[in-house]
Design a protein around this ligand. Sequence first.
Ligand code: AMP
Ligand code: GLY
Length: 443
Amino acid sequence: MKERGNTILIVDGGGRGTALVDKYSQSPHVDKILAVPGNDWMSRVSRKPVQIFPEIKTSDVVRIAALANKFGVNLVDIAQEDAVKEGLVDMLRRFKVPAVGPTQSAGRLEWDKNYARSFGQFWKLPQPRYDALNREDQVGKFLDSQENTRWFVKASGLAEGKGAIPATSKQEVLDAIKWLKKEYPEATKVFLIEQWLEGEEFSAFAISDSRNFRILGYAQDHKREYDGDKGDNTGGMGAVSHPLLTNDLELQREVENIFTKTIKAKPGGGYRGILYLGGMAVKANGKLDPYVIEFNARWGDPEAQAIVPGLKVDLFEMGMEAAKGTLRRIKVSDDGKVRVAVAGVAKGYPRSSEYSQAKGKQIFGLDDAEKLDNVIVYGAGVAVQDGKHYVNGGRLFYIVGTGKDVLQARDKAYEAMEKVRIEGNNLHFRTDIGLRDAARLRK
Ligand code: AMP
Ligand code: GLY
């Protein structure tokens, strides 16, 4: 590893990528940051020069690898699943460019849910009962053999985060399959029917070098559009880290067991990079048992915005050691604070036919929000022109409030959010991010 003068390439364009730019730019080893596709906010949070490549798609791994080669990039951080699925890490290996991220075959844990479930079954990971099918006429047999009546129907492949549908009768299961097959025929060649687990969801993150791993943190996402978990599923309207739920030491131990078994099993020849466990904490016999809902081969968005700022580790050193297989040299801790990340979105998000009407509208107040103590603003779909800010997407920005507990962190995030508005009253955000933990604390 070169001590100084390194160039890092980050593959992401959202608020998650912005949080990574912020953190990588604090490393004394890093001199320059490239981002594909990147966003306009990155250079604002970065302490080092940033160059973005908005014309390159994250799935265009040939162009990304060529770019890394051309700029003499020292480390690539792949924060976006398309690039994993298309085999960016495999491509970069040919150019001998180290990367934080799994190979295509290790990343299968995310992009092939059927593989992930049979892997989980073989290695005895706690997971819902399930069946993987490729014909609708096989459905009845599985449902009849089970006691429960509530299911999740899923496309096995990547389906833009819309590939999991709840169903409470055989008819709803069949309707869900029909819809998935129509919308995502490629991803639904194989579909899964899973027992619907009742509990509380959490996200856990680790980095692995294919032998060892370090836990990086826990968070809770808020996926629905409106307060009270109502409305459509979105890419994430806010996150809390660390949530009270995962302070339970027994739960943490079980989560670490899941990571240990998963990494030791060497999926796809060995998993390197960030591993994201989407978990469900299910109450049984007076304790909380974690189950695997899904694995992802990357950071979560918006979980990264709430976890990464508090990490006490040099991200460049950690990434290099993970890529080389020497992660044992790295100690990770965090600042012990709680963070609440609230997404500011264009009204109508996640329905692009609605939110696209806000494109180009001016956003006011982000500068004032950013000036507050214990507040960070991570832009995503914000276009910056002559110091002014404009809507350029659905999820626009995240305001991250920091505090000693969730009450303080929420207060800071919402104090900052109050300063922001969008021309034509086009701003939407949830007002209840972290509210569940806040209510628990007040008890
Ligand atoms: P996925 O597409 O696998 O990320 O699932 C999307 C969301 O569906 C998850 O975040 C959960 O809220 C929910 N979900 C998926 N599978 C299950 C399950 N077996 N039991 C309960 N909830 C689930
Ligand atoms: N937070 C959800 C995701 O990144 O998939």
